[in-house]
Design a protein around this ligand. Structure first.
Ligand code: GRF
Length: 221
């Protein structure tokens, strides 16, 4: 059975597209039940519509306060009865009602090797800090900013000529490989999020030329 996803976005949606591409290629045993955005202008919504995916827009300013928006977002996502929620470029912190309703069923992708460089400027912060490796992390979402148990990470080099944009582009290529793999590993039961994070296989390996830990997607459960 394909794992039913709700994907939350705010912008471009390149990770959403990567997940859908891997699903369509039969390499990610999931299905996207709904794509939810807090911004009606998010480019990822057009991608979703083109691919026949259900969408919902829950803008903050359409609600009288943060608590009302939290409730509306929770209801919009719950209506699709997802087994896993993926925040992929969703630019809002999830509120307590959402986190309680979907506890340990929410994962996020972040463009840095957490716990370094949480927040919205991760590639610029990595360059400013002078690190020679950065990458992406997929982690379980808790109430903090890009905090919560780390599931998997991929490393990429930070090159001397890099700008924040060029580094972010390289990191995104790693995200597009890693995130669908993590989703597939959860679908296959190789990774359990509940009652607490456990990784069935923890083999250090290299995938797609990137140092990735754990190595995912090359074994039956
Ligand atoms: C990604 O780099 C993700 O790590 C960060 O926001 C970006 C979203 O990109 N949280 P996209 O919308 O998936 O293209």
């Amino acid at each position: 059975m394909a794992l039913k996803l709700a994907v939350l976005i705010s912008g471009r949606g390149s990770n959403l597209a990567a997940i859908q591409r891997e699903i369509e290629a039969g390499r990610c045993h999931a299905q996207i039940g709904i794509v939810v955005s807090d911004r009606g202008s998010a480019a990822g919504l057009a991608f979703a519509a083109e691919h026949g995916l259900a969408t919902a827009v829950v803008p903050m300013r359409a609600h009288p306060d943060r608590a009302a928006w939290d409730r509306a977002l929770t209801e919009a996502v719950a209506a699709s009865q997802p087994e896993l929620i993926v925040t992929a470029g969703f630019m809002r912190i999830l509120g307590a009602p959402f986190l309680e309703r979907f506890a340990r069923r929410i994962i996020n992708v972040h463009p840095a090797l957490l716990p370094l460089f949480p927040g919205t400027r991760a590639p610029a912060l990595a360059i400013g800090a002078g690190v020679r490796l950065s990458g992406c992390s997929v982690h379980v979402v808790d109430g903090g900013m890009d905090s919560g148990p780390i599931i998997a990470q991929s490393a990429v080099p930070v090159l001397p000529a890099d700008s924040a944009a060029s580094l972010h582009e390289r990191i995104q290529r790693a995200e597009h490989a890693l995130l669908p793999r993590v989703i597939d590993a959860i679908a296959r039961g190789a990774i359990a999020l509940e009652p607490e994070l456990s990784l069935r296989d923890s083999i250090l390996g290299s995938a797609d030329g990137m140092l990735t830990f754990p190595q995912l997607g090359d074994g039956a459960p």
